[in-house]
Design a protein around this ligand. Structure first.
Ligand code: ADP
Ligand code: MG
Length: 370
């Protein structure tokens, strides 16, 4: 299996547009890395540099220990899948699958065998004689995946391959991709702007914004320990709540006051033994996941957590759980709870904040610990 190492890899486009700020990243052999970010964040730029479709302005790409910077795509041993399937329109599905094998001078009998194998594997058998133009979006994307893996590449690179498909099809192809990835043992990089897709499939997620790598880690780490408020907001649905707070060091701990609430909501937060007290910012933002906002119908049921009176604006039922949108003065909060809790719009409730589960961000958006 093959590691991919990116060393100071960066790309500046014409007229000084930075597509990718120099980044360092090692993708482990057999890993499935998801590159996640909004539109224009540099995801395709990164993938194209790894594939060899573009050349970097700075840095190196190493695949399986070999420096491939400057080498053309076809010698890098990578399979590529794009949002628009790269199939040859005048060839049948079978011929499309065979094309990369023939180009690689594979013997005719072996080509036929591999095409049969791919067709069985990806359920393309009934489609083999059809042309791409006659296939549905999902079928076309399965054929493109087959084409990309025909030569058993050591690296599989996919750029938003499912984003033009409807959700059920997307989920099915996602399963297909994971199975293929595991069977092939190929080191795989999947680009997406869909955080849910990223969370579902990734060994690790690399989050990009404005061409910068903000954080790379397992889904759980990004969800629970985001290094930056952009990552915190981008990962998790519904998105994390942010509360603007004033912090004041006390003899033992920190006095926290939420700025948007009336009457003011304040509590006393403990401070780590070794925390440098003079490093506590005067203003900071507390990120609180919706599951850490609890609706309590009995005011005594807050278990000592800071709580505030709120009005239910809207309830989103999701089968096993539900999401309530709350308003408390100018503050809006999202709470997630079991569906068994009976809630109706305009109900007046008490919202308890499990602030110890919260994540602190300084004015620059960087996470810090109290
Ligand atoms: P993403 O795939 O995340 O949507 P891209 O990697 O395509 O983002 O683009 C990143 C940035 O680089 C964007 O600002 C985009 O406009 C710019 N860019 C991409 N390709 C080119 C190019 N060939 N010439 C100039 N700018 C480009
Ligand atoms: Mg793109």
């Amino acid at each position: 299996m093959t590691a991919i190492e990116l060393e100071g890899l960066g790309k500046t486009h014409a007229r000084g547009v930075v597509g990718l700020h120099a980044l360092h990243l090692r993708i482990e052999p057999g890993e499935l890395l998801v590159v996640l970010g909004p539109s224009g964040s540099g995801k395709s730029t990164l993938l194209r540099l790894i594939a060899g479709l573009d050349q970097p302005t700075t840095g190196h790409v190493r695949i399986g220990g070999q420096d491939v910077t400057g080498l053309p795509p076809h010698v890098r041993g990578v399979g590529l899948v794009f949002q628009t399937p790269a199939l040859l329109p005048h060839l049948s599905v079978a011929e499309n699958l065979a094309f990369p094998l023939r180009a690689g001078r594979v013997a005719a009998a072996a080509v036929a065998e591999r095409v049969g194998e791919l067709a069985r594997r990806l359920e393309l058998e009934p489609l083999l004689s059809r042309r791409p133009g006659t296939l549905s979006g999902g079928e076309r994307q399965r054929a493109a995946l087959g084409r990309a893996i025909a030569r058993k590449p050591r690296v599989l690179l996919l750029d938003e391959p499912f984003s033009s498909l409807d959700p059920p099809l997307r989920a099915a192809l996602r399963e297909e991709l994971i199975r293929t990835h595991l069977e092939l043992g190929a080191t795989t990089i999947l680009v997406t702007h869909d955080q849910e897709e990223a969370m579902a499939v990734a060994d690790r997620i690399a989050v990009l914004d404005h061409g910068r790598l903000l954080q790379c880690g397992p889904p759980r780490t990004l969800y629970n320990r985001p290094l930056d408020c952009f990552v915190a907001r981008f990962i998790g649905s519904p998105r994390i709540n942010f509360l603007n707070c004033r912090l004041r060091p006390l003899e033992h701990g920190v006095h926290v006051e939420v700025l948007e609430t009336d009457p003011p909501l304040a509590w006393h937060a403990p401070l780590r033994e070794d925390a440098p007290r003079d490093a506590i910012p005067a203003h900071a933002t507390l990120g609180l996941r919706p599951e850490h906002v609890r609706i309590v119908l009995d005011p005594l049921g807050t278990n000592g957590a800071p709580s505030l009176a709120a009005v239910v604006e809207r309830v989103e039922y999701a089968g096993n759980d539900q999401v309530a949108w709350l308003r408390a003065g100018t503050l809006r909060l999202c709470a997630r709870m079991p569906a068994a809790t009976s809630l109706s719009p305009s109900a007046e409730v008490q919202a308890a904040l499990d602030v110890r589960q919260g994540i602190w961000f300084d004015q620059g958006g960087r996470a810090f610990e109290l």
